[in-house]
Write a protein that binds this ligand. Structure first.
Ligand SMILES: Cc1cc2nc3c(=O)[nH]c(=O)nc-3n(C[C@H](O)[C@H](O)[C@H](O)COP(=O)(O)O)c2cc1C
Length: 286
C-alpha cells in the first residue's frame, strides 16, 4: 500500500506508472471541512529522513466523495480513505458519509497526526481515547476499519490492544515521530509549525520494533509502515508480524518505489521458493 499523505489521491501518479498493480492506495488524511494546513515551511530534510508539518491540508470529505470516489470506482486497485478529526463527532460524521460510497474500500482512522492543534495524535496517545474513537467510528460505518497508531506514546501495544477490543479490523503502525529542526542563522525553528513529524529511513528500526510488539499483543492484521524504502525493508516488517506494509517518504525521491517494493517481495519469494506470503508473516518470531 501507499502511505497516507505521500501519494495524494492516487490520481496524481496515474500517468507515472501502472498504479493498478499496487495492493492498495491510502489517500491523504481527510477532514470534515477542507483545511489549508500549517504555515510554510512545512517540510525539512534531515539525515536519513524528513520532517513534515503539513497540518492535514485537504479538500474535505464532501469534495472527496464528489470528485475522487467516482474516479476510484473505476479502478482495480482498492482505495482506503484516511480520516482525521478534532472531535469524535467529526470522525463519526466523516465515516458515516463514506459508508456505501462506490470506490471506497476501507477507512483508515488517523488518531496519530502530530501536526494539528486539536485531535489527531491526542486521541492515539492513550488507550482510553483511542478506544473511544475506534468504537464510535465502527458504529458509524460498515466499511473495514484500519486504525493508525502514533509512536508518540509510552506503550503502543496497550493502545493497540484497546483499539482491537473496540472493534478495529486492522492496525496500521506507525505514523511519524514528533521532532524539530532549527535554522541556526535565523535562530528560529525551521518549520512554520515549530514541530513536525519525522519519517523515512531514520524511523525504520523504531517502527519495526513497534510492529513486532503489536503483533505479539493483538490478534489482528498489522500493517507495517515507517521508513520502508525497498523490498528487504518490507520483508523485515512482514517477518516481524506485519500482514501488509505501506510505503511513504521514499516515494518523494522515487514515485515508483511502492511498485518496486511489491515486485521485490515477489522476487524474494521466487528466489526463496516461497509460494504463500503468509509463510513469512511473523517468521522472525517463531
Ligand atoms: C508529507 C507527509 C504527509 C503525511 N500525511 C499523513 C496523513 O495525512 N495521514 C496519515 O495518517 N499519515 C500521514 N503521513 C504519515 C505517513 O503516512 C507514514 O505513516 C509516515 O510517513 C511513516 O512512513 P514513511 O517513513 O514510509 O514515510 C504523512 C507523511 C508525510 C511525509
Amino acid at each position: 500500500m501507499t502511505a497516507s499523505g505521500t501519494f495524494g489521491y492516487g490520481t496524481e501518479y496515474n500517468h507515472l506508472f501502472d498504479i493498478q498493480k499496487l495492493g492498495a492506495i491510502v489517500c491523504k488524511g481527510t477532514t470534515l471541512k477542507p483545511r489549508e494546513g500549517n504555515p510554510q515551511p512545512r517540510i525539512a530534510e534531515t539525515a536519513c529522513g524528513v520532517l513534515n508539518a503539513i497540518g492535514l491540508q485537504n479538500i474535505g470529505i464532501d469534495a472527496l466523495i464528489k470528485e475522487k470516489a467516482p474516479v476510484w470506482a473505476g479502478w482495480k486497485v482498492p482505495v482506503i480513505v484516511n480520516i482525521a478529526g478534532e472531535t469524535i463527532d467529526e470522525y463519526t460524521k466523516i465515516a458515516g458519509k463514506l459508508d456505501g460510497v462506490a470506490g471506497v474500500s476501507a477507512i483508515e482512522v488517523n488518531i496519530s497526526c502530530p501536526n494539528i492543534k486539536a485531535g489527531g495524535a491526542e486521541f492515539g496517545a492513550n488507550p482510553k481515547s483511542a478506544a473511544e474513537v475506534t468504537a464510535a467510528v465502527k458504529e458509524a460505518t460498515s466499511l473495514p476499519l484500519l486504525v493508525k497508531l502514533t509512536p508518540n506514546t509510552s506503550d503502543i501495544a496497550r493502545v493497540a490492544l484497546a483499539v482491537a477490543e473496540a472493534g478495529a479490523d486492522a492496525i496500521t503502525a506507525i505514523n511519524t515521530l514528533k521532532g524539530m529542526a532549527i535554522d541556526v542563522t535565523k535562530r528560529r525553528p525551521l518549520l512554520g509549525n515549530i514541530t513536525g513529524g519525522l519519517s523515512g529511513p531514520a524511523i525504520k528500526p523504531v517502527a519495526l520494533y513497534m510492529v513486532y510488539e503489536i503483533a505479539a499483543t493483538v490478534d489482528l492484521p498489522v500493517i507495517g509502515c515507517g521508513g520502508i524504502t525497498n523490498a528487504s525493508d518490507a520483508i523485515e516488517f512482514i517477518m516481524a508480524g506485519a500482514s501488509a506494509i505501506q510505503v511513504g517518504t521514499v516515494g518523494f525521491t522515487d514515485p515508483q518505489a511502492p511498485l518496486k517494493v511489491l515486485q521485490g517481495i515477489e522476487q524474494f519469494m521466487l528466489n526463496e521458493g516461497i509460494e504463500d506470503i503468509t509463510d513469512l508473516i511473523g517468521a522472525a518470531r517463531r
